[in-house]
Design a protein around this ligand. Structure first.
Ligand code: ZN
Ligand code: ZN
Ligand code: ZN
Length: 155
């Protein structure tokens, strides 16, 4: 069990469990991954863990503010450890690769809507969509991305 994950869990007022620590460590290893990939990483260390317990742990960690959940349209939810800094994401339409984009404004919410209908707005979720450099190169090469490339998992 990773020492810093234990400390984080304690600081967040959560009981330290092997599953929670393993999920935090998995997300330190790779960012912007879905529950399935978290499960694969966690089960290397805890072979008896279940996908359902990984989902439960992700929900607990998200509620506790230790993990940020991104829900890009048409994609399963992705998780990351980078929380609380109002950064944004750029996502590749073809392969789904995700990169962090620092917010030019910095504080949340960084967009000013025309009208918020009386809501106290504290966050603006911004997702930039496009083609990553690899997919741009693949498209320019053969006019269409190869099937090999679109199946490739960049994260
Ligand atoms: Zn791509
Ligand atoms: Zn991010
Ligand atoms: Zn911003």
């Amino acid at each position: 069990m990773n020492g810093s994950s234990e400390t984080l869990l304690r600081q967040a007022g959560l009981r330290v469990t092997a599953g929670r620590a393993a999920v935090l460590d998995a997300l330190s290893e790779t960012s912007h991954i879905g529950a399935d990939q978290v499960y694969r990483l966690v089960s290397r260390r805890l072979p008896r863990t279940s996908i359902q317990s990984v989902h439960n742990v992700l929900a607990d960690l998200t509620d506790a503010g230790l993990v940020h959940r991104i829900e890009p349209a048409g994609h399963p939810a992705l998780y990351e450890r980078r929380v609380g800094d109002n950064h944004h994401h750029v996502i590749c339409r073809l392969c789904g690769h995700v990169e962090d984009v620092d917010c030019v404004v910095g504080q949340a919410p960084c967009l000013t809507p025309d009208s918020v209908h009386g809501y106290a707005v504290d966050e603006a979720e911004v997702v930039f969509w496009g083609l990553c450099p690899d997919c741009q190169a693949a498209v320019n090469h053969d006019g269409a991305p190869s099937s090999h490339h679109t199946k490739e998992n960049h994260v």
